[in-house]
Design a protein around this ligand. Sequence first.
Ligand SMILES: [Zn+2]
Length: 333
Amino acid sequence: MKDNGVLCWKCRKVVPYKVNSRKRVRVIGDKEYEYYEKFGVCDECHEEITVPGLDDENERILDSIYRADNDLITIEEINSLLKRYNIEKRPLSHVLGMGEHTISRYIEGALPSKRYSEMLRNVLAYHGLMRDYLEKNKEKITDAAYSKTDKAISMIEKLCDHNTKTEVIAQYIIHRAYEVTDLSLQKILYFVKAFSWALLGRDIIDEQCEAWAYGPVFPDIYEKYKVLGSDVIRDYDKSIKFDTYLKKDELGVLDHVIDCFGIYNGNVLMRITHKERPWKDARLGIPEFAPSCNLIPNETIHEYYEEINSKYHLGEVKGVKSYIRTLDVIHVG
Ligand SMILES: [Zn+2]
């Protein structure tokens, strides 16, 4: 759009232009909404000109301000709801007991009522609620549509299961850390294991991990989340009461590890573990990125982290930072 220029009526030719913005106030209902409107300016005569697409963009800006102010669900959220439950607009309308075209109209920009907006947000947040609606209204949609959504919900249900302490710890990390992937989750679990030994003198994760190509891995947890590939993991049991599963000092170690390591992406965390003795020793000379599932014995993690702790005081963020700095994988502030 910008490359081709637009027609300026004053200059009587196609001209290059700039997009500026100015403060505007619009009244909707009985309330004033302030927003920044974009407009085009001719590069040659500096008069305002019409730029195709800008009006739509301005409407979208105002729309998102209005929705945020009125706490209404956004079109983006409704789209993510359709994707999350692998369902089309029409069957979703039926499942939720709305008029056949309701969801389509919302996607096109119609504003939902407060009640429907809340309902859609709850369904997006709680797959159990979506399950209830699906079962209640399954007669209203085709078998194919039902089975697609049933499968999507079943997958989420599986991700939210927690039958072992390690699964609970994994869910705590997903709930507490920022944008966790299977790769970063594995590394944070490893540091939780290492730090709990160094700081509490016990392993809060019993399972041993393996020295895979991309760092230490807990195979059961890997199996559970691998369906997501490198996507961010968002699902965990939202009704879980972590303090009934984990002791106070364990939650303390978890928070500390998440504060220290949750700021890095999976790739950086992997490089940290690749510099550490437990992973390297378990690899026994296997090239850095070659596959392996050699066990990393608990003892080697214990020994290494006792040593590191006495040198750097891992109970303090400062100590952890200076330890990471010595590994020379990233600039640490
Ligand atoms: Zn002009």
